[in-house]
Every structure is written in C-alpha cells, then in structure tokens.
Design a protein around this ligand. Structure first.
Ligand SMILES: Nc1ncnc2c1ncn2[C@@H]1O[C@H](COP(=O)(O)OP(=O)(O)OP(=O)(O)O)[C@@H](O)[C@H]1O
Ligand SMILES: [Mg+2]
Length: 221
C-alpha cells in the first residue's frame, strides 16, 4: 500500500493558556484508515485537533495536512467537536445538521434544496435519519454521536477529525460507532483521526496510534 504523508509537523510548539501541548515536535504520518490520538486528560488532544483545523495557531513551527496549511484544506476536513453547545440541544437534530450544511464555516455555496439533500445524505450515511426529527437534547448519547458524525460528513470530506466520539457510550453503542467509522473509512476512503480513552475497544481497528504525552507526540503502528 502506498503510504502518503497526510500530516507533517515541523518543529511545532503549541500551547493552550499556560499549558504547553507540543514542545518542538516534528513528525510525519499517513492518516489512512483510522488513527487514534491518545493521551491522558489535559495532555492537549483537543488543542492539537483544533490546531490541525487551523483554529488554534502554533507559537512556533509549521503544520501541513496533505502538503497544505490547515486553513487551505479545511473544506476537505470534517470535524466533530468534543461537545455540542447546550443551546443546540433544543432544536431538532435535523435542523442542526441542515444549518451546518449552510457552510458558514467552510464557505460552501449551497442552494436550500441542495442543502436539504446534503443533510438527508449525511444522516442516511450515519443511520440517523429515523430520529433526526427529535430535539438533539432528547436523543441518547449514541444517537447524538451519529448526528455529530453526520454533521462532520457534510461536503464529503477526505479526512474526519473526531474528538471523543465514543465518550459516554456503553460497549454496544461504542461498537456500533466503531463499525460505522470502519465503514466510512473502507467504503468512502475517509482518513479518520480520533481521540478516545477507549484504547482496548479500538485496538483491532486502528491503523496507528499517536500518543501525546508531556509535550511529545509519538507514532506507533
Ligand atoms: N482556552 C484555554 N485557556 C487556557 N487553558 C486551556 C484552554 N484550553 C485548554 N487549556 C488547557 O490546555 C491543556 C490541554 O487541554 P485539552 O482540552 O487540549 O486536553 P485534552 O487532552 O483534550 O483533555 P481531555 O482528555 O480531558 O479532553 C489543559 O491543561 C487545559 O486546561
Ligand atoms: Mg479533549
């Protein structure tokens, strides 16, 4: 298999407040298949994902995704944040996805009919269409994760960055989400980079692990 370099860090120093998340880290890796970004609470996984999206900036060094700076490749990257804002919980899940298709973040020019089609498409992909009429706050954790995933799939991204998509789920629901991620990666060729503390549930499906610890990031195949 051809392993291209999807992610390249060149001497990156990255901080959040007074915490130094990366201390002069250089690393290059493929993101094909499923990549687990692992590390203890507070080591900086969310901060690193945000930097890969161009939302946070390193104080030193450079980040490249597929040879582009993060800002230039944002439309090819779907993102599921660690938590959805409380204000969103009252609106129907479908509207939540539909609003996101508007593409305010990613600059996609969608006509309203095409927006609706795109919302239907991504909800179908994640098996969330059947409960998408209900308010987000009235959905179970697993159902909500499928809505979040649907939102991240808008615009057919090549890479998916998922922050704790298994958090708060029981084993059955975790396995359902893991199977879904495997399908997305296998059938659509999407490279998935996800944070999770569920390393044992994921050990058979991940292609590689990136371990974040004490300001260092190490890859393990
Ligand atoms: N906006 C901020 N201002 C100040 N400090 C912050 C900010 N965001 C994060 N931090 C700090 O940076 C460190 C890394 O936080 P981050 O949320 O990236 O960790 P994490 O690995 O995602 O943790 P978790 O596993 O709990 O999700 C923490 O010490 C956190 O308190
Ligand atoms: Mg986090």
């Amino acid at each position: 298999m051809h392993l291209r370099t999807d992610l390249r860090l060149e001497n990156v120093t990255l901080s959040a407040g007074s915490s130094v998340v990366l201390k002069g880290v250089s690393l290059q890796t493929s993101l094909a298949g499923i990549t687990l970004l692992s590390g203890r609470n507070g080591t900086g996984k969310t901060t690193l994902l945000r930097a890969l999206l161009g939302l946070d900036k390193p104080s030193h060094g450079s980040i490249f995704l597929r040879n582009a700076v993060p800002e230039d490749i944002r439309k090819d990257v779907g993102y599921m944040p660690q938590s959805i804002g409380d204000a969103a919980l009252a609106i129907p899940a479908f509207s939540h996805v539909l609003n996101a298709v508007g593409g305010a973040c990613w600059g996609l020019p969608f006509h309203w009919r095409a927006r609706r089609r795109e919302a239907e498409r991504v909800l179908k992909l994640t098996g969330a269409r059947v409960f998408a009429h209900r308010p987000l706050g009235a959905l179970s954790g697993g159902e909500r994760q499928r809505i979040g995933l649907a939102q991240a799939l808008i615009g057919a991204p090549e890479l998916l960055f998922l922050d704790e998509p298994l958090a708060g789920l029981d084993h059955g629901a975790q396995n359902e989400i893991i199977s879904l991620l495997c399908e997305l990666s296998r059938n659509l060729g999407i490279g998935v980079l996800m944070t999770s503390h569920e390393t044992s549930s994921l050990k058979d499906v991940v292609s590689r692990t990136l371990l974040l610890e004490g300001g260092h990031l190490r890859a393990r195949i």
